[in-house]
Design a protein around this ligand. Structure first.
Ligand code: BV8
Length: 243
């Protein structure tokens, strides 16, 4: 495949990677909008919202419990592993993910910014305390905090703003990127989808990996068609011919 990625990596360029649900597809995690995707036939906008939770917390928690059970059985795939190796090989690397499945951390990445939160964290709706929570069953559904208030998944729902510090960090990373990889995202959900364009505007070389074209494709320097678990290892491990 024709690419300048090896040249940037050989130079130790400042590299930022933005991932979406597609990077976990080959681990068996359904995507939100792709052909093979859709969680249990649910449109995420339907249940991943404060209104849905206020109206029926039990139903929203049943969906998240189902997703936790499914993802618990999933393992990082070669795309996740290639990104863990990439972080170890570069002096400056940032991984910004829209995914809540935790598979990048499981693969060994350390610099992971989970823009939309995590399936593996709960937050007290009264105290706001966030806890790592990997329990496979809760004493009651929907689960409650010891203070008695409902717990909620510590994820960003539609209509909720992302944590300001997270978004500031992601914007800073995009501004500093020399190489920006966009892997497995439909480029629909804002504000994450604006990051590649920002990186390009300041001169980053933007590379997309996706089996299909996306609204981001026109603003990339390279767009490689194919599944991340195949394309990413090949792309990141290519020899630099110009060396
Ligand atoms: C915000 C966590 C300010 C929860 C998620 C109207 C009312 C209210 C808001 C809006 C509105 N209109 C627009 C908005 C803004 C909204 C938005 O962008 N909506 C979209 C749908 C238009 N955004 C928000 O609400 C954000 N907050 O803007 O706050 C505000 C406040 C009030 C009002 C306005 C603005 C919050 C967004 C975060 C939502 N939370 N997840 C949970 O997971 O339960 S979003 C959810 O979508 C996931 O995080 C997911 O990561 C994300 C993006 O989807 P993708 O990752 O791209 O996945 P998708 O399935 O779409 O695509 C998969 C891709 O992979 C495809 O391209 C496919 O081709 C590819 N693929 C498939 N197989 C492979 C592959 N690629 C590689 N290899 C493969 N093998």
């Amino acid at each position: 495949m024709r690419t300048r990625v090896p040249e940037f990596l050989a130079r130790g360029s400042r590299t930022v990677v933005l991932t979406g649900a597609g990077v976990s597809a080959e681990s068996g995690v359904p995507t939100f909008r792709g052909a093979q995707g859709l969680w249990q036939g649910v449109r995420p906008e339907e249940l991943a919202s404060p209104a849905a939770f206020a109206q029926n917390p039990g139903r929203v928690w049943a969906w998240y419990a189902w997703r936790r059970d499914l993802v618990r059985r999933c393992r990082p795939n070669p795309a996740h592993q290639a990104l863990a190796r990439l972080e170890a090989s570069l002096p400056w690397f940032r991984l910004v993910t829209q995914n809540v499945d935790g598979l990048h951390t499981a693969a060994g990445n350390e610099q992971v910014l989970e823009l939309h939160g995590s399936l593996w964290k709960t937050r007290c709706t009264r105290e706001g305390t966030v806890k790592e929570d990997r329990r496979s069953t809760f004493p009651e559904m929907p689960p409650r905090c010891p203070c008695g208030a409902l717990l909620r998944p510590h994820v960003v729902w539609f209509g909720e703003t992302l944590a300001a510090a997270d978004m500031e960090q992601a914007l800073k990373d995009a501004q500093q990127a020399e190489l920006f990889l966009v892997v497995g995202t439909s480029g629909i959900v804002q504000p994450a989808a604006s990051l590649p364009g920002l990186a390009r505007a300041q001169g980053a070389h933007v590379v997309e990996v996706n089996p299909e074209p996306t609204p981001l494709t026109p603003m990339t320097d390279e767009s490689h068609r194919g599944p991340a678990a195949e394309v990413l290892p090949a792309l990141l491990e290519m020899e630099n011919e110009n060396s």
